[in-house]
Design a protein around this ligand. Structure first.
Ligand code: CP
Ligand code: NVA
Length: 312
């Protein structure tokens, strides 16, 4: 098998199309093997530390289950207890963990902390969500799109809502893979300008169309898949009410979904706030693929771990 050209998964910026397709291909293989009961102990004896300074269901369970299925062991560390950056510096934690474990997964607020760990740990570091990016999620999302539509060519994805970590990561991955993406975000809640620029640049090579509007109806029009996320991300709890007012016109409901392509699917990274960014009607509709998407976190991250931690 071709060696993987990446050392870490911090934000996908340095990844090219082939790197991403290599992950997706291995994810599909591991998924098929798992369903057929074929064991794949690619990381036997390997240990990964998982640092969480924000809550999680999917990320924790998929990494822990996934590494166990690969023959290794994942260790949950509560960020509060570890005191990353308070009890001890990121530099010191990186040096200590790097001497004991074979990989580190971290979910936290500051992207700089993930990059600091990656610089100093000497073992692969995986971003399990920061305020800015959620690369593992969008790998699972592209896997889901591929499975559901049979291709990633000429697909149109609409993202409706907050220009947050999900929006930034979707911009990076779709533009590299050639999936067209239209984001509809209210003024003042757009994705990062430099990420939008990077995506537009990558889209020139891949043929994707990358667009930003404030009109959810225009974004969803004829889309093959409609994606949304919470209006108030982890850490923004104090803004919940204000955001609920601003984002109300961006709710993904039956009326909005009716503007998408006939066979359009609905995606959401979850957790969903039913009745806010999405209605029950859409979450529970025949086109909803949110649980297939959640399951794919497991398969996509097993591929990421196998490629990053299986080398050397
Ligand atoms: N989508 C996702 O990352 O879910 P958790 O926050 O539950 O890990
Ligand atoms: N934007 C959300 C994603 C949760 C998986 C958050 O950061 O809370």
């Amino acid at each position: 098998e071709k060696p993987f050209s990446q050392k870490n998964l911090v934000n996908l910026i340095g990844y090219d199309r082939d790197d991403i397709l290599q992950i997706l291909a291995l994810a599909l293989r591991l998924k098929t093997e798992k369903k057929a009961g074929i064991p794949h102990p690619l990381l036997a004896g390997r240990v990964m530390a998982m640092i969480f300074t924000k809550p999680s269901t999917r990320t924790r369970v998929s990494f822990e289950t996934g590494l166990f299925q690969l023959g290794g062991h994942a260790m949950y560390i509560s960020g509060g207890e570890m005191g990353l950056g308070t009890r001890e510096t990121v530099y010191d934690v990186a040096n200590v963990l790097g001497r004991m474990v074979d990989g580190i997964m971290i979910r936290t607020f500051a992207q700089a902390d993930v990059e600091g760990l990656a610089r100093h740990a000497g073992v692969p570091v995986i971003n399990g969500l920061t305020d800015d990016f959620h690369p593992c999620q969008v790998l699972a999302d592209m896997l889901t799109l591929y499975e559901q539509k049979g291709t990633l060519e000429n697909l149109r994805l609409a993202y409706v809502g907050d220009g947050n970590n999900m929006a930034n990561s979707l911009l990076l991955i779709t533009s590299k893979l050639g999936v067209s993406l239209t984001l509809a975000c209210p003024a003042g809640y757009e994705p990062k300008a430099e990420i939008l620029e990077l995506a537009k640049e990558a889209a020139k090579a891949s043929g994707a169309r990358i667009e930003l509007t404030d009109d959810p109806r225009a974004a969803v029009s004829h889309a093959d898949a409609v994606y949304t996320d919470t209006w108030a991300s982890m850490g923004q709890e104090a803004e919940q009410e204000k955001r609920a007012r601003i984002f109300a016109p961006y709710q993904v409901n039956g009326e909005l979904m009716a503007l998408a392509a006939k066979d359009a699917i609905f995606l959401h990274c979850l957790p969903a706030h039913r009745g806010l960014e999405v209605t029950d009607e859409v979450m529970d509709s025949p086109g909803s693929r949110v649980f297939e998407e959640a399951e794919n976190r497991l398969h996509a991250q097993k591929a990421v771990m196998a490629l990053l931690m299986g080398q050397g």
